[in-house]
Design a protein around this ligand. Structure first.
Ligand code: AMP
Ligand code: GLY
Length: 423
């Protein structure tokens, strides 16, 4: 079967690596891919949001399975584009309908969905552009800190935690007047929850689901979780504090009601759901849904998956998933992201990456790389994810740290403390 992966990051490289290892996969295409995915299949330089170019590629290369990595094409309706097109409707596509993708694409939609299905989440209210006065009044009675969220996709920057009323008032005004473009035409004002975060993941066919390993992401740029937010500087799976009792609560109070809600509301959803969770006094709450896998979470989840991923994806498409079909490696996986100096602010690209041939005992997933004159060069803020497996988190981290040192490029930055809070 010829398979297409849409996207360009470490998530897509990890998916490509797993999919290429399946005996079902005879041809692999990645659009647009990066220098890492080029070693596993054919990179095709297409924008993930250019559905017509994707259609032409799918038909030309006889692609039978499409896996959508990032959220933007899902929110823009790529799955509906396939299901409404005579030539594409029989092709398996992994990723929800635009309606399902609203779980990520609209925070107000996600909050209302959770409300309808009794799924625990922070108390909230949402306001539209013309409701500035109502928003400011609501804010004036709110406890501090308060969380402000742009409703739409804002490249991971649309969440603000304000500690003073003045700051919150100013931000509400700025958001409703276009701070995040259309994404903040509607805002959610939300109760601040204090607790420890982790993420759960499922693959669903809209009816049944399989539970993938959980993960913890390290979002801040600085060690000890300090400094600016990033897309994620590292991840760990499994997460030691997620014991049997907590897992059961996540399943029964969050995951199952979500799947049941999608089914009851007849929302077409064949794809991954990422549950961003926070645990407060041993009770899990949903911070956010994403309609895709995470990056760098995928780089620790997928290496632990022992079941054939292509088989699972096809079961999701055909609606034949069953809970018992998945095997997970019990070892711990850790990934360290090597970033360009200056990220998440301004950074330079085009730095030659050396030492990839000397990596020993880790897998390297490319995030922001490309090929120039036969060399691998940096082309993004997050450049590589260095994943290792170990019988303990300490052993896995040691391996990733050694290989993070082995790989060289000008300005390389990484956190040395990924997972240390869990040891
Ligand atoms: P999001 O973009 O929705 O992932 O939010 C980014 C980060 O903001 C989350 O990972 C949390 O650390 C934090 N956050 C979001 N909502 C809340 C909340 N209600 N209470 C506390 N922290 C939150
Ligand atoms: N690492 C967070 C995300 O993928 O959204």
């Amino acid at each position: 079967m010829n398979i297409l992966i849409i996207g360009a990051g470490g998530r897509e490289h990890a998916l490509a690596d797993k999919i290429a290892s399946s005996p079902i996969c005879t041809g692999l295409f990645i659009a647009p891919g990066n220098a890492g995915t080029a070693l596993l299949g054919k990179n095709i330089n297409i924008d993930p949001n250019d559905f017509e170019a994707i259609k032409a590629l799918v038909l030309q290369e006889n692609i039978e399975l499409v896996v959508v990595g990032p959220e933007a094409p899902l929110v823009a309706g790529i799955s509906d584009y396939f299901s409404q097109d005579e030539a594409l409707k029989s092709i398996a596509i992994i990723g929800p309908s635009a309606e399902g993708a609203q779980l990520e694409g609209s925070k107000a939609f996600a909050k209302e969905f959770m409300g309808r299905h009794g799924i625990p989440t922070a108390a909230y209210k949402y306001f539209q552009k013309e409701e500035l006065d109502e928003a400011l009044t609501y804010l004036s009675h709110h406890t501090l800190p308060v969380v402000l969220k742009a409703d739409g996709l804002a490249a991971g920057k649309g969440v603000l935690i304000c500690t003073t009323l003045e700051e919150a008032q100013r931000e509400v005004e700025e958001m409703l007047s276009g701070k995040f473009g259309d994404a903040s035409d509607t805002i959610v004002i939300e109760q601040f929850l204090s607790g420890i975060e982790f993420s759960a993941f499922v693959l669903t066919d809209g009816n049944q689901y399989v539970l993938l390993p959980e993960a913890k992401d390290y979002k801040r740029i600085g060690e000890g979780d300090t400094g600016l937010n990033t897309g994620g500087m590292g991840a760990v799976s499994p997460v030691s504090f997620v014991d049997e009792a907590l897992s059961q609560k996540v399943l029964t109070q969050i995951i199952e009601p979500t799947i049941k809600g999608l089914r009851e509301e007849k929302i077409k959803y064949k794809g991954f759901i990422f549950f961003g969770l926070i645990v407060v006094n041993n009770e899990p709450f949903v911070i956010e849904y994403n309609c895709r896998l995470g990056d760098p979470e995928t780089e620790v989840i997928i290496p632990r998956l022992q079941t054939d991923l292509v088989e699972l994806l096809l079961s999701a498409w055909h609606g034949t998933l069953s809970v018992s079909t998945i095997n997970i490696d019990s070892r711990t996986a850790v990934t360290i992201v090597l970033a360009s100096g200056g990220y998440p602010g301004a950074f330079e690209k085009g730095k030659t990456i050396k030492g990839l041939d000397h990596v020993d005992g880790s897998r390297i997933y490319h995030s922001g790389t490309s090929i120039y004159d036969k060399s691998v060069i940096t082309s993004g803020g997050r450049v590589l994810a260095v994943t290792s497996m170990g019988s303990t988190l300490t052993r896995a981290l040691e391996k990733s740290l050694i290989n993070a040192e082995t790989i060289q490029f000008e300005g390389k930055y990484y956190r040395r403390d990924i997972g240390k809070d869990l040891m």
